[in-house]
Design a protein around this ligand. Structure first.
Ligand code: NAD
Length: 329
């Protein structure tokens, strides 16, 4: 089988080659995301896979179907990039890699929480100017004394909650889906109760109609002054103007974001600071705001799993078979 792999990154290539050698299938890599402009490259292929943050609009599914392609295997968790009705009406089956490494994102979320707690950005900036005083950064807090609200306790939220619990933090869980086994390390509660008690709020939900703009002005008004906010999930969950106001007013002590609503304008690109969107230029100047380029997932374990699982699913679905990773209507 010939598989076209859109938006591949260098680090995937050794795993792609190893998979191809093991399975006997042929994989051709392209370094751009799947788009209307380049969907025609998939002609002559049997299956496609991509990982991307840019949307895949309707003409893509029509064209893939006209080339005899039956599926798109996404090498990532978040599948809001698909136009589901358009895909299904063109009989294109979709899959994602729902769990390539929840620990990768959980560990990065913890890393950024420690950075905020330890005032590392302030210390780093001060030390770069020769200022080695304690006052430059300020006193830290210790994690076992904190209450952390995990909003969305699915695969990643659960992994993060388990780590926090192991470190002695109190973990509040907010999720419409209840898992009794999580009671061993979280206390389930309502969103409003969690916001009123938490020192740290961390988002691990998908972007959907309920979570779009969830953290708006009214949300920030409900949190305790001096709360820490972590968003490694999807940019659209947080109203960035309300976030900026909360960081400036002290309602938030600090925040770390791996995602923003406008990230497609600048993530994965080299550019000058002045080319960044204006709100991002302002935010990265703040010494209590940490921005990272959508890298929470980016570990060797995660990349290996996302390549192997997506390529296996591409073959299965192209052959009309069943995979538990299929996105159903
Ligand atoms: P998951 O589906 O296992 O868990 C999501 C959880 O959110 C579910 O338990 C669901 O019930 C819950 N949820 C849905 N709506 C909610 C709401 N309104 N309030 C509270 N909880 C709600 O997904 P996951 O694998 O844990 O991934 C979570 C998100 O993390 C993904 O959707 C993706 O957007 C993001 N992500 C980011 C990166 C990164 O590199 N930054 C990598 C992978 C995933």
């Amino acid at each position: 089988m010939k598989i076209l792999m859109y938006n591949s990154v260098d680090k995937e290539v050794p795993y792609v080659n190893a998979w191809a050698a093991k399975t006997g299938h042929e994989v051709v890599t392209l370094f751009e995301p799947l788009s209307v402009a380049n969907v025609d490259r998939a002609q002559e292929f049997d299956a496609v896979t991509t990982q991307q943050t840019t949307d895949m609009p309707d003409p893509i599914y029509q064209k893939l179907a006209s080339y005899g392609i039956k599926q798109i295997a996404l090498r990532q968790v978040g599948y809001d990039v698909f136009d589901l009705p358009a895909a299904f009406s063109n009989h294109i089956r979709l899959s994602n890699v729902a769990a390539y490494s929840p620990r990768a994102i959980a560990e990065y979320t913890l890393t950024q929480l420690f950075n905020i707690l330890r005032n590392n950005k302030k210390f780093d900036r001060a030390m770069a100017t020769g200022d080695y005083t304690w006052a430059a950064g300020g006193q830290a807090r210790e994690i076992y004394q904190l209450t952390v609200a995990v909003i969305g306790v699915g695969r990643i939220g659960t992994a993060f909650a388990q780590i926090l619990h192991a470190l002695g933090a109190k973990v509040l869980a907010v999720d419409p889906v209840y898992h009794a086994q999580n009671e061993a390390f979280v206390e389930y509660t309502t969103l409003d109760d969690a916001l009123s008690r938490a020192n740290v709020i961390s988002f691990h939900t998908p972007l959907n109609a309920e979570t779009q703009g969830l953290a708006d002005q009214a949300f920030f008004a409900k949190v305790q002054p001096g709360t820490i906010m972590l968003n490694m999930a999807r940019g659209g969950i947080v109203d960035m103007a309300a976030l900026e106001a909360a960081l400036l007013s002290g309602q938030l002590y600090g925040a770390a974001f791996d995602v923003t609503p406008n990230e497609n304008e600048f993530m994965d690109q080299k550019q000058t600071v002045t080319e960044l969107p204006e709100n991002i230029q302002r935010l990265i100047q703040l010494d209590n705001f940490y921005l990272s380029p959508h890298i929470a997932f980016y570990t060797n374990t995660a990349i290996k799993n996302m390549v192997e699982i997506a390529l296996d699913d591409a073959v299965i679905m192209a052959n009309g078979g069943h995979t538990e990773n299929e996105i159903l209507r």
